[in-house]
Design a protein around this ligand. Structure first.
Ligand code: IDP
Ligand code: MG
Length: 140
């Protein structure tokens, strides 16, 4: 097993709906360790950088509008194989395809308002952690 870190964000729709505790609880109960957390309204620059792989897609502007529309809870979680495990806990991008028992399967119906973000690979996790956090904001 390899201990990894991943970037998880509760999007503004999840914060607005009062799902912070529910979502953090699921990662805690699974056994993962929270190593960094803060709440912020991301700048457009941060949001565009975070979602840069989607630049040019028809939903890009709307995606950036939504993630900058209110507070986001940005977190770094640590644990064995957490990158893929967190993606399983989160569920499929389209909430109607996400399995019951996953965060999106249980708590969302709309692809634009699908509550949570999780890094999808080792390289993106490293990029996103460095984009959202300074080293001094993370536990060693
Ligand atoms: P992910 O969040 O499951 O990694 P991505 O494909 O990386 O999914 O897309 C990033 C986010 O962009 C999604 O979580 C979703 O909110 C939004 N998104 C993706 N595809 C569409 C779409 O076809 N229409 C509207 N929003 C979309
Ligand atoms: Mg993604």
């Amino acid at each position: 097993m390899t201990s990894e870190r991943t970037f998880i964000a509760i999007k503004p729709d999840g914060v607005q709906r009062g799902l912070i505790g529910e979502i953090i609880g699921r990662f805690e109960r699974k056994g993962f360790k929270l190593v960094g957390i803060k709440q912020l309204i991301p700048t457009r620059e941060l949001a565009e950088n975070h979602y840069k792989v989607h630049r040019g897609r028809p939903f890009f502007a709307g995606l950036v509008d939504l993630i900058t529309s209110g507070p986001v809870v940005a977190m770094v979680w640590e644990g064995d194989c957490i990158i893929s495990s967190a993606r399983k806990i989160i569920g499929a991008t389209k909430p109607l395809e996400a399995e019951p028992g996953t965060i999106r399967g249980d708590l969302a119906i709309n692809i634009s308002r699908n509550v949570i973000h999780g890094s999808d690979a080792v390289e993106t996790a490293e990029f996103e952690i460095n984009l959202w956090f300074k080293a001094s904001e993370l536990n060693i």
